[in-house]
Write a protein that binds this ligand. Structure first.
Ligand code: PHE
Length: 347
């Protein structure tokens, strides 16, 4: 009996060392459960030892019972400790993988912004909408009738040569001026008062240089009503110039000629480069032309069905590139079209 007890004692001590050694080496929970079953489960050595208890004396039973309970407790305790360790290690591993290095420099997002020409157009729209104008769209591919004929420029009229045109067919062309929207707008208004602006692209067979481009932008303005006078036009253009250039650059009105306005004027702004002295940019004149304007020719109103005894009107066409150049001191119109981000970024 003592022998057996002694043997079991030794066995259980060795078994405990072995179990703890094995538990120490497991790498995950599944392996831990397997090792635990191996030493504490139904088919474990412990079960075999317990099964042999029947043959022992009461004293020996008690001693072995105590011993095996101790074994169980120790192995379980160690297994639990090991499980906690494994769980902690797994959590730490996960945290480490997901760790955010807050000291890394942030990603810089580059946002685009409005093209300087679009900025000018938005500002013009805001200004004129605030004075009660409506913003309307026109067609870039236009019929000869609208671009010329209804603007008092019949076929063969010498003034057509002021604007060399890109014809698509005999009767369609890329519009040479936003004035082409005038007849459309007048016909639509059916003889009633009107107050519109219309910004957009125009095309001319010009040679490109620092101040000319075969494609550029204009903003047309047209007002028709009762008692509209040249003073209204002048006042409107003064507001436009003040809003656009502030008090920094002088402006001047100069008599001019357009077939669709009578009388006609052109407005010049003091050259920003030489301030009136004359330089290559302003071609020695000291002034840069920014717009053409005038009182709508009665022929234009009549052709669109207006009663010219009752209604008068004024119209103007501003060069969008020109005023943008003057405002920002840009000395070459071509820079607007080259898509050079270094240039565009500055505005
Ligand atoms: N359409 C003219 C041009 O392109 C400008 C203008 C518009 C003149 C309206 C008078 C009235 O030069």
């Amino acid at each position: 009996m003592d022998e057996l007890n002694l043997k079991n004692e030794i066995n259980l001590d060795d078994l405990e060392k072995e179990a703890i050694e094995n538990l120490k080496n497991v790498q995950n929970e599944q392996a831990l459960n397997e090792v635990k079953a191996q030493y504490l489960g139904k088919k474990s050595k412990l079960s075999q030892i317990m099964a042999s208890m029947r043959e022992l004396s009461n004293d020996a039973k008690r001693a072995l019972g105590q011993k095996s309970n101790e074994f169980k407790r120790k192995v379980e305790e160690f297994a639990n400790k090991k499980r906690d360790e494994l769980i902690n290690a797994a959590v730490n591993e996960k945290l480490k993988k997901e760790e955010i290095d807050v000291t890394l420099p942030g990603k810089e997002f580059k946002t685009g912004h409005m093209h300087p020409l679009s900025q000018t157009i938005v500002e013009l729209e805001d200004l004129f909408v605030s004075m009660g104008y409506e913003v309307i769209d026109g067609n870039e591919v236009e019929e000869d009738v609208y671009n010329f004929e209804m603007l008092n420029l019949p076929k063969g009229h010498p003034a057509r040569e002021m604007q060399d045109s890109f014809y698509i067919t005999d009767n369609t062309l890329l519009r040479t001026q936003t004035s082409a929207v005038q007849a459309h707008a007048l016909l639509k208004a059916k003889g009633k008062p009107i107050k519109v602006i219309s910004p957009g692209k125009v095309y001319r067979r010009d040679n490109d240089d620092a101040t000319h481009s075969h494609q550029f932008m204009q903003c047309e303005g047209l007002v028709v009503g009762e008692n509209v006078t040249m003073a209204d036009l002048k006042g409107t253009l003064n507001i436009l110039a003040k809003k656009t250039f502030g008090d920094e650059l002088a402006i001047r009105f100069r008599p001019s000629f357009f077939p669709f306005t009578e009388p006609s004027v052109e407005v010049d702004v003091e050259c920003f480069k030489c301030h009136g002295k004359g330089c290559p940019l302003c071609k020695g004149s000291g002034w840069i032309e920014i717009l053409g304007a005038g009182m709508v020719h009665p022929n234009v109103l009549r052709m669109a069905g207006y009663d010219t005894d009752k209604y008068q009107g004024f119209a103007f066409g501003v060069g969008v590139e020109r005023i943008t150049m003057l405002r920002h001191g840009i000395d070459d119109i071509r820079t607007f079209y080259t898509d050079d981000a270094r240039f565009l970024k500055q505005f």
